[in-house]
Structure formats: structure tokens, C-alpha cells
Design a protein around this ligand. Structure first.
Ligand SMILES: [Zn+2]
Length: 96
């Protein structure tokens, strides 16, 4: 075959041109298929932070105790984290 870059005659099985180094063809190497559109962890994080903030705010309004507020916020955060994980996890796991 003839190199498409420099015109040198090279072997048909050559992967690259011996003269200029230009690849003659894309090597037929099984590539790793890129991961499908990734989930949006940032969206989950934003939702979790916002929800935790709202929960903490609500808890602060009801009870003045800072410890309770933290407990409420932590509980809400844990619940939302679990929900977010369930929402995102299964899709990640089902990669063909
Ligand atoms: Zn060449």
C-alpha cells in the first residue's frame, strides 16, 4: 500500500509508515467501551446538601437544642443519602 501522508510504498500489513510514522489504519484493537452517560453525582450532592440544610433549619425552628438539630440533620442526610444511592446505584450496576 502507499502511505497516505508521504506516499512511500509500505507493506500491506504495516501498521505505521516506516518513513513518516503515520498510522496506516486504526488498529483493530478491542477498545474499552466508554461508560454510558454517567449519573450526575453533583446533582445528588446538591440535593442532599439542600435537603440537609432545610431539615436542619426545620429542626432548629422546632427545637432549640443544637444536639437535636445535628441529629435531625444527620438522620435526614442519611435517609437522603440512601435514597440518592438507590437512585444512582442501580443504574451504575446495570452496565451491560
Ligand atoms: Zn509515510
Amino acid at each position: 500500500m502507499v502511505c497516505g501522508n508521504c506516499g512511500a510504498t509500505i507493506a500491506d500489513k504495516a501498521i505505521v509508515c516506516y518513513r513518516c510514522g503515520t498510522p496506516t489504519a486504526i488498529p483493530d484493537v478491542p477498545r474499552r467501551t466508554p461508560p454510558p452517560s454517567p449519573a450526575r453525582p453533583w446533582l445528588v450532592v446538591v440535593l442532599l446538601v439542600a435537603a440537609a440544610g432545610v431539615l436542619g433549619w426545620l429542626a432548629a425552628g422546632e427545637v432549640a437544642g443544637s444536639v437535636r438539630q445535628i441529629v435531625y440533620a444527620a438522620a435526614g442526610l442519611a435517609l437522603l443519602a440512601a435514597g440518592g444511592w438507590l437512585a444512582v446505584g442501580p443504574r451504575r450496576g446495570k452496565v451491560r
